[in-house]
Ligand binder design. Structure first.
Ligand code: SF4
Length: 211
């Protein structure tokens, strides 16, 4: 194990109690493979499962594993028309498990997320019975200002490039605080406490994942 990996483990283990104080359950695992195993261990067979857009889930192979498993997997990309998308959102809202990553988390245990359409943060806040968040330790920020700094200047520019958004950051690489129709910074959400014990679970992974 490298010094960086060991440091991630120390940080991750110390974060577990911080999340617990905010009524969220947390685990630390060393690798993507361990994260995938943990997700499968947490979700009972037969449960309905869906997800929000996330590079981290892709990198960990979690979606593929869920599709192959004994779950009622709700594939959001199956919806094509506006009507189908509205129906899909209703199905996702009622899911047993919703998987996502977080754009950042703080050393005090707050989750910090931005969203364009808002469906991801909507389901984080309310709807699915359980939310499982898988995040690389690279998304740990000292505090909320640093979390937003990270989101706008580290995470979002490459994400806008990936999505083909016509935004200042996709050209300059840094945030221009835009009001472009293509902006994906429409909703900015801080989750500082969960009202529902056992609803939100965070799996911290000792690797650099996602944006
Ligand atoms: S506000 Fe606009 S320029 Fe800034 S990160 Fe978001 S999309 Fe990019």
């Amino acid at each position: 194990m490298t010094p960086k990996q060991l440091n991630y483990r120390h940080l991750g283990e110390s974060m577990i109690r911080k999340f617990e104080k905010r009524n969220m359950t947390a685990y630390y695992v060393d690798s993507k493979e361990d994260a995938r195993k943990k997700v499968l261990e947490l979700i009972p067979q037969g449960a309905s499962v869906t997800y929000g857009g996330s590079e981290t889930l892709e990198e960990c192979g979690i979606k593929e594993a869920l599709k192959k498993g004994d779950y009622a997997f709700i594939e959001r990309t199956d919806a094509k028309t506006p009507e189908e998308k509205r129906e899909m959102m209703a199905r996702q809202m009622m899911a047993d498990y919703f998987l996502m990553s977080t754009n950042a988390f703080t050393k005090d245990g707050e989750l910090v997320n931005i969203d364009g359409n808002g469906n991801r943060v909507c389901f984080l806040i309310q709807g699915p019975a359980h939310v499982i968040i898988v995040t690389g330790m690279n998304k740990l920020a000292f505090d909320i200002p640093e979390a937003f700094q990270r989101i706008h200047n580290v995470a979002t520019p490459p994400n806008c490039v990936r999505l083909g958004c016509k935004t200042p950051c996709s050209v300059t690489g840094t945030c221009g605080n835009c009001l472009s129709p293509d902006t994906i910074c429409c909703q900015e959400i801080i989750t500082r406490y969960s009202k529902h014990p056992g609803r939100i679970t965070i799996i911290m992974v000792g690797e650099d994942l996602g944006f």
